[in-house]
Design a protein around this ligand. Structure first.
Ligand code: SF4
Length: 104
């Protein structure tokens, strides 16, 4: 969506959408087309608002979902206790992140 929006700005012409292509056997060599419609524009706006607010506030918390750290390549950097630490964070501080995760 961000590429499609950037292209729309560059071309100063409407863009119909974006396309993902999974070029691996695991991805099934499938194509996913994401239309640049009012719903996807609203989702992109939400993402940009949340990320912008996080950067402005200097609050970019690690908040892995249950089990995410187990196989993550960054575990040596984060350490083994990130899931326990996130459980102690005030839920209201993670509300924006929950909103992002709920987007479709
Ligand atoms: S190890 Fe770190 S980067 Fe990986 S899922 Fe856990 S918190 Fe996120």
């Amino acid at each position: 969506m961000l590429y499609a929006l950037a292209l729309e700005q560059l071309l100063r012409d409407p863009v119909e959408g974006g396309r993902l292509y999974y070029c691996t056997a695991d991805g099934g060599f499938e194509e996913r087309v994401v239309p640049l419609d009012s719903e996807s524009r609203a989702s992109a706006r939400t993402v940009l608002d949340v990320v912008g607010r996080a950067l402005a506030d200097g609050f970019l918390p690690a908040a892995p979902v249950a089990g995410a750290c187990r196989w993550c390549d960054y575990r040596p950097v984060c350490g083994p206790h990130e899931e326990a630490r996130v459980a102690r964070k005030p839920p209201e501080r993670l509300a924006d992140l929950a909103r992002l995760r709920a987007l479709r």
